[in-house]
Design a binder for this molecule. Structure first.
Ligand SMILES: Nc1ncnc2c1ncn2[C@@H]1O[C@H](COP(=O)(O)OP(=O)(O)O)[C@@H](O)[C@H]1O
Ligand SMILES: [Mg+2]
Length: 246
């Protein structure tokens, strides 16, 4: 299996704060990779750099053999990387169907939706995230768990090869977490490479075969979740923040 993604010496400074510090890692095509770290470790910033929402201070980002460092977000989506947001975002007053249709109308989404029709493609995605019954209502009235599913559905509409999921389980009930877990597993089985962050390792333990861990912008561990969970440096990073890893 070849590489689909490479971060090389990635660094992001906000004034005097180095949020991402000389970070290098690789993702293999078809992999299901987790990223953990205590609050403020730099996880979301890594996603912001990959998706072009923030400019890198130094280092480079490679996708499918292409240097995507500094590209605009829409170009990155068009190449095949989609992301979700830790704080969910949607068009509040559009229906769920229209929310999904927007991303189905992206150049990559269109390649799929041209054959079946945008609405049909968006409906299929709504079914896959279990929200087809709510196609005609706006997201403003949905419970948080449904909004998280919608967040993933919107990303899927652009037909990504690499999907970045930023804390997709945060704020969810146990049942809602199970729903999202099934959804993510299905996407992975369909061939999407998944890079997923979690605040606590427990959420990712049963899901991913490999985890990388960050602390203060630096990579501190890389390996199977069981191994990373028992890594002394990782445990100290969490303890130092007064947080539990599990
Ligand atoms: N736009 C920004 N401006 C200034 N500091 C930021 C900005 N975004 C993130 N940070 C800081 O960078 C560090 C990493 O944040 P973040 O990537 O959100 O961590 P995580 O997602 O792991 O909780 C934190 O100290 C945070 O306060
Ligand atoms: Mg975050």
């Amino acid at each position: 299996m070849g590489l689909i993604f490479e971060a090389k010496n990635l660094t992001k400074k906000f004034g005097g704060l180095t949020a991402v510090n000389d970070l290098s890692f690789e993702i293999r095509r078809g992999e299901f990779l987790g990223l953990i770290g205590p609050n403020g470790a730099g996880k979301t910033t890594v996603f912001n750099l990959i998706s072009g929402f923030e400019k890198t201070s130094s280092g480079s980002i490679w996708f499918d053999g292409i240097d995507i460092t500094g590209l605009k977000p829409f170009r990155i989506v068009n190449l095949g990387i989609a992301r979700t947001f830790q704080l969910v975002r949607s068009f509040r007053y559009l229906t769920l169907l229209d929310n999904i249709s927007v991303s189905c109308l992206s150049p990559r989404g269109k390649k799929v939706s041209e054959d079946v029709g945008t609405e049909e493609f968006a409906s299929t995605i709504l079914s896959s995230i279990g929200l087809v019954d709510k196609a005609r209502i706006p997201p403003v009235v949905l419970p948080h768990g449904d909004l998280r599913k919608l967040e993933i559905g919107k990303a899927v509409g652009s037909s990504p090869q690499l999907l970045l999921l930023d804390e997709p389980f945060s704020g969810l009930s146990y049942e809602e977490q199970l729903g999202i877990t099934d959804l993510i597993k299905k996407l992975h089985e369909d061939g999407v490479t998944i890079f997923i962050t979690g605040h606590v390792l427990r959420e990712l333990m049963a899901l991913v075969p490999r985890v990388i861990a960050m602390h203060q912008g630096k990579l501190i561990a890389d390996g199977p979740p069981q191994e990373v969970a028992n890594n002394k440096i990782v445990l100290e990073a969490y303890l130092g923040r007064g947080e539990d890893i599990a």
